[in-house]
Design a protein around this ligand. Structure first.
Ligand code: GSH
Length: 222
């Protein structure tokens, strides 16, 4: 059997944006190919197909898609079941919180790579402010919209996974003081699709990567 029409995801193994798409594919039970590159030394062929020079990129036949939110929207249209709510208003609301999640990913990255105490503190405070917004937004779980898994869940699982590792190995203040957020994170991190979305040694690789950035946290923690 040929697999030429399988979607091919171009990935960097630590990327939280790629992980959103991997979770979406796994949660939908879609067969796909994954092609890992070193995003810090990308191969020539990648530079030629990636308009923003970022992962994820998804190749479907001869079409190249980029931007994780767009890739996930495509996957959601093509493969059932849908991971969007069924009203225009709730869909737009979910997309807004996906965008919010992208900001949170960036806050978390800046926290991990901050070069001084003031920047670190500012990033932590930005993150806690966002946790507060999320806590107020959440209703009954286990997922963002309640009973049904959504693209919002695929977006936040990578954030919670990294929060736990950063809290365990460094001084990161995670979501533990936000009961609804904590319950949501636990539901997501217990999913097979989330567990399988990273390599088995992901935590060690992530810690190694963060240490290699030589930020302030690596100077204050061994
Ligand atoms: N908005 C993009 C962000 C993707 C992104 O920033 N990916 C990082 C890796 S986690 C990347 O490729 N960075 C390379 C660069 O910025 O040059 C998305 O949602 O796909």
């Amino acid at each position: 059997m040929t697999d030429v029409s399988l979607p091919e995801l171009i990935s960097f193994e630590l990327c939280p944006f790629v992980q959103r798409s991997v979770i979406t594919l796994l949660q939908k039970g879609v067969d796909f190919k994954i092609n890992y590159i070193d995003i810090h030394d990308p191969p020539e062929w990648f530079q030629q197909i990636s308009p923003l020079g970022k992962v994820p990129v998804m190749r479907v036949d001869n079409t190249v898609l980029f931007e994780s939110a767009v890739i996930n929207e495509y996957l959601d249209e093509v493969y059932s079941p849908t991971f969007h709510p069924n009203t225009a208003l709730r869909k737009a609301h979910n997309r807004a919180w996906i965008e919010f999640g992208s900001e949170l990913v960036i806050n978390q990255h800046f926290w991990a790579t901050a070069q001084d105490a003031e920047t670190l503190e500012q990033c932590q405070s930005d993150i806690l402010a966002k946790f507060h917004w999320l806590e107020n937004e959440l209703q009954d779980g286990p997922f963002f919209n309640g009973a049904d898994f959504s693209l919002v869940d695929a977006t936040y699982a990578p954030i919670f996974m990294r929060s736990d590792i950063l809290a365990q190995h460094f001084s990161f203040e995670g979501y533990q003081n936000y009961p609804k957020l904590k319950a949501w994170a636990e539901s997501l991190l217990a999913l097979e699709s989330v567990k399988q979305s990273v390599a088995p040694d992901f935590a060690a690789m992530f810690v190694y990567f963060i240490k290699s950035k030589e930020g302030y946290i690596t100077k204050t923690h061994s």
